[in-house]
Design a protein around this ligand. Structure first.
Ligand SMILES: Nc1ncnc2c1ncn2[C@@H]1O[C@H](COP(=O)(O)OP(=O)(O)OP(=O)(O)O)[C@@H](O)[C@H]1O
Ligand SMILES: [Mg+2]
Length: 469
C-alpha cells in the first residue's frame, strides 16, 4: 500500500469519526428542537392574537388582518371564533364565515378556558395537524378562542431538508479533507520519489547523482544521508581503482623485464631441459601479464563511458577480429567461418572494447572447438541491436555451468584441458558489454557445442549514415 493510500485512509477514518460524532447527535436533536420551536412560536403567536383580539371581536376586518399576520408568522392557519365557537376570522379563505368550530376538541378546550396544544389528524384536510388553541379573554371572561394549525408534514419536510443539508455539509467536509490529504501525501511522497530515483541512479553506477536536500526536515535528512553515503562510496571506489591501477602499473614493468630476461636466458641456454623450463617460465609470465591486464579492465567495472561512442561498423570489427585469430585457429586445426552481416550495421560501442570482447569469445570458442570443426562468427541485425554470435562444436556447458560462467575467476569442467586460463574472460565480456548498454549470454547449441551471443545497441541511423563508408 502506498504512502498516499495510507494517508487517505487515515484522514478518511478520522474525518468520518469526527463527522459521525458531531452530526449524529445534531441530526437526532434537530427534529426535537424544530418541533419545540414550532410549538413555542405557535403558542406565542396564538397568545399574541388572543391578547390583541380581546375587546375587538366586533371588528371583523381587524380580526382578519390579525389572523393573516399571525398565519404568515407561523406558516400555518389562524382561526378566531366567538364564545360559542362560531368563526369570526380565518386566515385561510376557504371556510364560510359563521361556520361552527365548537366541535373541534382544541377549540372546545380553549372555550373552556384551557390552552390546548397537540397533534391530531384532520378529517376535513386529511393530514396531520399541529394545533394550538388559546382562549380570548375580556376582563376575565372567555369571549372566544384563537386556534393556530400547522401542517406536521411541512414541519417534518423541513426537518428532513435540514438533515439532508447537514449530511451534505458533512460529505463536503469529507471530500475537502480527502483532497487536502491527497495533496499533503503528494508533498510527502514527491521528495521521497526523487530520492529513490537518485538511489537507483547510484545503484546503476552514476556516483555523481545527488539528491536535492529540500522538503520536510526528515526528507532533508534522508537526502543528506543518501548524498553522504554516495559521496563516500564514490571516493572509496576512486581510491580502489587508483590502487588497482597503480598496482597493475607497478607490476607491468617488472613483468616485462622478467619476460625479456627469461627470453634472453632461454636463447643462451644450451641444455634443452633448461631451455624448456625457461620457455615455460615465459608462458607463465605472459599469463600473469594477461591476468594483470584483465584485472585492470575489471577494476574499471561500473564506470560509465565518458561520452557516447562514435558509430562502429560491425562488419569491419568482426573481420579484423577474425584476422587476429586466424593463425591461432589454423594452429589448432580449427576452421573460422565469418558472416560479417550487413555492411551498414553499426553499434554505439567503443572500438577497443568490442575488439576485447570478440577476442575473449573467439579465444574460448577456438580453445573448445575440436580439430577439424569450424568456429562460426556471424552478425545479425535485430530491433535496436546488433547480435554477434560465436559458435563452436566443442563439449558445450555442463549442467549448472551456464549460470556461473560470467562470474569472475569461474572456470568450468573444460578447464582441465585448458590449463592456462584465469576465468576472467567472460567476466570482462559481460562488464564491457554492460558498460555500453549491451549484454552477453553463453548457451549450448543444438547438435553439440556452445554459442556465445553478444547483443550491442545499434548506433542511431542518422549518426551512422555519415560515418560508414
Ligand atoms: N565456448 C565454450 N564452450 C564450452 N565452455 C565454455 C566456452 N566458453 C567458456 N566456457 C566455460 O566458461 C568458463 C569461463 O570462461 P572464461 O572465458 O571466463 O574463462 P577461461 O576461458 O577459463 O579463462 P580466461 O578467459 O580468463 O583465459 C570456462 O572455463 C569454460 O568452462
Ligand atoms: Mg576465456
Amino acid at each position: 500500500m502506498s504512502l498516499r493510500a495510507w494517508q487517505l485512509a487515515a484522514f478518511a477514518y478520522v474525518l468520518l469519526l469526527v463527522l459521525v460524532a458531531l452530526e449524529v447527535p445534531l441530526v437526532l436533536n434537530l427534529g426535537r428542537r424544530v418541533d419545540a420551536e414550532v410549538r413555542a412560536e405557535a403558542a406565542s403567536q396564538a397568545t399574541l392574537v388572543a391578547a390583541s383580539a380581546g375587546g375587538r371581536l366586533a371588528d371583523v376586518e381587524q380580526l382578519d388582518d390579525l389572523a393573516d399576520t399571525a398565519a404568515d408568522a407561523v406558516g400555518g392557519r389562524v382561526v378566531l371564533t366567538d364564545a360559542r365557537g362560531v368563526l369570526l376570522a380565518d386566515s385561510g379563505a376557504d371556510v364560510a364565515p359563521g361556520s361552527s368550530y365548537a366541535s373541534r376538541p382544541e377549540v372546545a378546550a380553549a372555550l373552556r378556558g384551557q390552552v390546548a396544544q397537540g397533534t391530531r389528524r384532520s378529517a376535513t384536510l386529511d393530514e396531520e395537524l399541529l394545533y394550538t388553541a388559546v382562549p380570548i379573554l375580556e376582563g376575565g371572561r372567555r369571549v372566544g378562542a384563537v386556534r393556530v394549525t400547522q401542517s406536521v408534514d411541512a414541519v417534518r419536510a423541513e426537518v428532513r431538508r435540514d438533515t439532508l443539508v447537514l449530511i451534505g455539509i458533512g460529505l463536503g467536509a469529507l471530500a475537502i479533507g480527502l483532497v487536502v490529504a491527497w495533496l499533503l501525501a503528494g508533498a510527502l511522497t514527491r521528495p521521497l520519489r526523487a530520492i529513490t530515483q537518485v538511489a537507483r541512479r547510484v545503484a546503476g553506477g552514476d556516483l555523481d547523482a545527488r539528491a536535492e536536500e529540500t522538503g520536510a526536515r526528515e526528507h532533508r535528512e534522508v537526502a543528506r544521508a543518501v548524498n553522504a553515503s554516495t559521496a563516500r562510496l564514490g571516493s572509496a571506489l576512486v581510491a580502489q581503482r587508483e590502487f588497482v591501477g597503480n598496482a597493475a602499473h607497478q607490476l607491468r614493468t617488472p613483468l616485462t623485464g622478467l619476460r625479456l630476461r627469461l627470453e634472453a636466458a632461454s636463447l643462451k641456454a644450451e641444455d634443452p631441459a633448461l631451455r624448456r623450463d625457461l620457455e615455460a617460465g615465459e608462458r607463465e609470465v605472459d599469463r600473469l601479464a594477461r591476468t594483470v591486464a584483465d584485472l585492470l579492465v575489471l577494476a574499471r567495472g561500473g564506470e560509465r563511458p565518458a561520452a557516447p561512442a562514435a558509430p562502429l561498423p560491425v562488419a569491419a570489427a568482426v573481420r579484423s577480429a577474425a584476422e587476429r585469430w586466424r593463425s591461432v585457429a589454423e594452429d589448432a586445426g580449427v576452421g573460422l567461418r565469418v558472416d560479417p552481416g550487413p555492411e551498414d550495421a553499426a553499434v554505439a560501442v567503443g572500438g577497443a572494447d568490442v575488439a576485447l570482447v570478440l577476442d575473449n569469445l573467439l579465444e574460448n570458442a577456438i580453445e573448445h572447438a575440436p580439430a577439424g570443426t569450424d568456429v562460426e562468427l556471424a552478425v545479425a541485425v535485430a530491433a535496436g541491436a546488433v547480435v554477434i554470435g560465436v559458435a563452436d562444436r566443442g563439449p558445450g556447458l555442463r549442467a549448472g555451468e551456464a549460470d556461473r560462467v560470467f562470474e569472475r575467476f569461474f572456470r568450468g569442467a573444460s578447464s582441465g584441458a585448458r590449463p592456462h586460463g584465469s576465468g576472467l574472460g567472460l567476466a570482462i565480456v559481460e562488464e564491457l558489454a554492460g558498460r555500453w548498454g549491451g549484454s552477453a549470454t553463453l548457451a549450448n547449441r543444438e547438435g553439440g557445442g556452445a554459442r556465445a551471443e553478444l547483443r550491442l545497441p545499434s548506433a542511431p541511423v542518422a549518426a551512422r549514415a555519415g560515418s560508414v563508408v
